[in-house]
Design a protein. Structure first.
Length: 473
């Protein structure tokens, strides 16, 4: 293999993505995409091999809408044919830049005047955009949906404010969640024990199963897991200081099994459900519509495992907007942390996702609660709380810590969720004291360790040593 081939294999996609995002975001800030009352407007970043942006716009219109190049003016065909609504050229080739495509609602809306996220993606993210060789690079970077269409979506049943109200967490109070560990190979009895350990700590608003724990296992059926979890929560409710806690079992399977599973876990006492929204497009909307008549419908955690496989073609905030419209109450973004990110997105990408999850939409669509997750721990919790406070997002954020709670070892060397929770509470106390208020992000871990030593916060010291052995040796 020659050097050129090896260099291509080592191509840094993340670096290029950051460049594309910076340039595109600047262009969209200076000249926002057009909004049309009778069309969905999709904006693409394109790098074309031979055609111009104007020419590819005509191809998008032909292949993604009516299949007619010159429909008769005033005809139904014309009303169902897309048009290019704007072009922004980034160089003098005419082949690199942004294309705004208008897809007419006439071809999309059903007889009730509504549509689904599946319909939207099928049209705006179809083969003509992503399968055609001519399009050397293409990204769907923005989506404008008319307000009257947005109102036809169900949106979240709760969103952050009603979730806090339901669980009696104040708007200015940090709300935490955790994930069952081990994540697979556990029985209903073990689920009950793990949930009880988490529920004893009033720090937690939410506890969920992992996506690796499937509902129809012969040794661990989800109905029994949920019943055990519900019983565990009831046993320790008096220890929670009046606060509630939501439990979300993992719901997945073939489409015809989804509602049966939802019915089973609700009958067993589930207050929330987790759906892997990326790989089961449409099931969130299915569950939201099927349960919205209930006095207390389940909160929906729209797990985004696998979203990175789509993000290379469709920007995350576009996918998160559609997931919010479909009805998710929780959506993972990423934690603020020093150094390289543990997971995508990071920086401008997760800021854009958090913006689209919480920005005002027509009144019927509630915001989605942001779940900061993926390496959130005692070492970076303070920088996340500071960021949320600075941006006015404290009420909108769930701080979701998995292994930082369940895998912290006691001085005897045994992992203990109570010890992990104690370490997190100690970090919160340090934050409330203001000891790290002026400490830069990159210096917070070592400074936090110094504070933990000076105050003899033993659980926090152990957690920091285990999570950051080099910085806290």
């Amino acid at each position: 293999m020659d050097v050129d081939d090896l260099n291509r294999l080592w191509f840094d996609w993340d670096s290029r993505e950051q460049l594309v995002r910076r340039i595109v975001s600047q262009q969209l800030a200076e000249a926002p995409p057009p909004r049309m009352d009778d069309c969905i407007v999709a904006t693409y970043f394109l790098a074309l091999r031979s055609k111009s942006l104007a020419q590819i716009g005509a191809e998008f219109s032909y292949h993604a809408t009516s299949g007619i190049r010159n429909p008769p003016p005033g005809s139904l065909l014309a009303a169902c044919t897309g048009t290019a609504a704007g072009i922004v050229e980034l160089d003098n080739t005419g082949r690199l830049g942004l294309l705004h495509m208008a897809y007419p609602l006439k071809m999309l809306l059903n007889s009730r005047g509504s549509l689904t996220s599946c319909d939207v993606l099928h049209t705006v993210a179809g083969a003509i955009a992503f399968d055609v060789y001519e399009n050397q690079d293409v990204r769907l970077v923005a989506l404008q949906i008319p307000d009257h269409v947005v109102r036809t979506f169900p949106g979240p049943a709760y969103g952050p404010h009603l979730l806090r109200q339901r669980t009696r967490f104040a708007a200015d109070e940090p709300a935490f969640g955790t994930i069952l560990k081990p994540t697979a190979g556990i029985t209903p009895e073990q689920v009950g024990t793990l949930v009880e350990e988490a529920a004893r700590c009033s720090l937690f608003l939410f506890v969920k199963e992992d996506e690796n724990l499937y509902p129809r296992l012969d040794y661990s059926p989800v109905r029994e897991r949920t019943a055990r979890a519900r019983a565990a929560i009831e046993r320790v409710q008096d220890e929670r200081g009046g606060k509630g806690i939501l439990f979300a079992p993992h719901v997945t399977g073939s489409p015809h099994e989804i509602l049966d599973t939802v019915d089973a876990v609700l009958e067993a006492g589930a207050t929330a459900v987790m759906l892997s929204e990326t790989y089961s497009t449409g099931t969130v909307r299915l569950v939201r519509e099927a349960t919205k008549h209930l006095a207390a419908p389940p909160a929906i955690y729209g797990h985004n495992a696998g979203i990175g496989t789509r993000e290379r073609c469709i920007w995350r905030e576009v996918l998160d907007l559609l997931a919010r419209l479909d009805g998710i109450d929780f959506r993972q973004t990423a934690p603020v942390r020093p150094g390289p990110p543990f997971i995508r997105p990071y920086g401008a990408a997760w800021e854009a996702s958090e913006r689209v999850l919480t920005m005002p939409l027509p009144d019927s669509i509630r915001p989605t609660m942001i779940a900061r997750a993926g390496g959130l721990d005692q070492g970076n919790i303070i920088m996340n709380l500071q960021d949320a406070e600075r941006r006015g997002l404290t009420a909108e954020i769930l701080l979701l810590a998995g292994s930082a709670i369940n895998s912290i070892r006691t001085p005897q060397g045994t992992p203990n969720p109570r010890y992990g929770a104690e370490a997190m509470l100690q970090a919160l106390d340090v934050h409330r004291s203001g000891a790290l208020a002026d400490t830069p992000v990159e210096a917070q871990i070592s400074q936090l360790m110094d504070v933990a030593r000076s105050r003899r916060l033993l659980a926090l010291q152990d957690a920091l040593r285990q999570r950051y052995p080099e910085e806290c040796a």
